[in-house]
Write a protein that binds this ligand. Structure first.
Ligand code: HEC
Length: 292
């Protein structure tokens, strides 16, 4: 029967539309929240690491350096917070290979401190924006994406002990690094950058994994709803309607002896009741007419 098809189809089309809409909402939401989570997570770790490095630098330049300079001891790891950071970073890297701590310069004493492409961008940024004290940004180094915090290294009078000219620098510097590079610092200029980074998890693959799980759950849920709704519609609406329609057919053919009783207190019950009333009225009228 046509009616049966159309009511059920209507329900199913609505369900499928809801399913599609829920998928369309789910995937972007998963993307948004996952991205947020990955960045929040990374920036918490980054703050921790930056604060640790800052504390280390402060320890060297405030607690150690003045004492040693007074005694004219020019041992770089104890005099320069940059050098100290480099040493600590080397140990740290062994324990935590995923993290990133570097002090770079495009005029380095140590060639290993030459900036990567992304670090050169940080240097350029700080040279163009002398008021900026910190730059937070993302970048890729050797195929790993990081959340970076970089700060400018500004040359001060103290730095000149080692970074002015090779001749003026302590012998230990010349011996270890040569005389080619790392000298000629100008006072109060951006000579380098201190870069700290934490790895960013791969947002794309996380989103993919979580979306698949969410889509799986939604699909199972909608499949269940689909089956239950179809069952309920058939039992509670379509089957009774068919019975009522069949009775109405019989009545229309002039057979007024079949009562239609439906013990239901809803719209279908009401419809059945109305048809039953109509059948009785018709039966009375027919009876009266046949008596005449
Ligand atoms: C006692 C000597 C000494 C002093 C003072 C000193 N440095 Fe250095 N600096 C070094 C040495 C040695 C290195 C190389 C460390 C390494 O091997 O990684 C270095 C490295 C650096 C680097 C990394 C790039 C490179 O050259 O390898 C920067 C940037 C830097 N210093 C900036 C500064 C600034 C800014 C100051 C002053 C606030 C300063 N330094 C004071 C000895 C010194």
């Amino acid at each position: 029967m046509d009616m049966k098809k159309s009511i059920r189809t209507l329900f199913n089309v609505v369900l499928i539309a809801l399913y599609v809409v829920s998928l369309l909402i789910t995937v972007p939401s998963v993307y948004f929240f996952t991205r947020q989570e990955v960045y929040d997570n990374a920036s918490q770790k980054l703050t921790l690491l930056v604060d640790m490095v800052t504390s280390l630098r402060k320890y060297v330049s405030d607690d150690v350096r003045p004492e040693l300079l007074e005694k004219n001891v020019l041992f770089p790891p104890a005099i320069s917070s940059t050098v100290a950071t480099g040493h600590v970073a080397a140990y740290f890297k062994k324990l935590q290979p995923d993290y990133y701590i570097r002090v770079v310069s495009d005029n380095p004493l140590n060639a290993a401190n030459r900036p990567e492409a992304v670090e050169q961008e940080f240097l350029t940024f700080f040279r163009d924006n002398r008021n900026e004290k910190e730059l937070i940004s993302t970048g890729v180094v050797r195929n790993q994406q990081y959340l970076f915090s970089s700060r400018p290294s500004i040359s001060k009078a103290d730095c000149m002990i080692c970074h002015s000219t090779p001749e003026a620098a302590p012998e230990i510097i010349r011996k270890e690094y040569g005389t080619q590079s790392g000298f000629g610092y100008k006072l109060d200029s951006v000579v380098g950058a201190s870069v700290v980074g934490v790895p960013l998890s791969d947002v794309q693959s996380l989103v993919m994994k979580r979306s698949l799980i969410a889509i799986g759950i939604l699909t199972v849920l909608f499949a269940l709803i689909f089956v239950v709704i179809n069952l309920v519609v058939k039992r509670r609406i379509l089957n009774p309607l068919e019975t009522i329609a069949a009775t109405a057919d019989i009545i229309s053919k002039g057979n007024l002896d079949t009562p239609l009783t439906f013990e239901r207190d809803d719209e279908i019950g009401k419809l059945a009741h109305s048809i039953e009333l109509m059948r009785r009225s018709l039966a009375k009228i027919m009876e009266r007419m046949s008596r005449k």
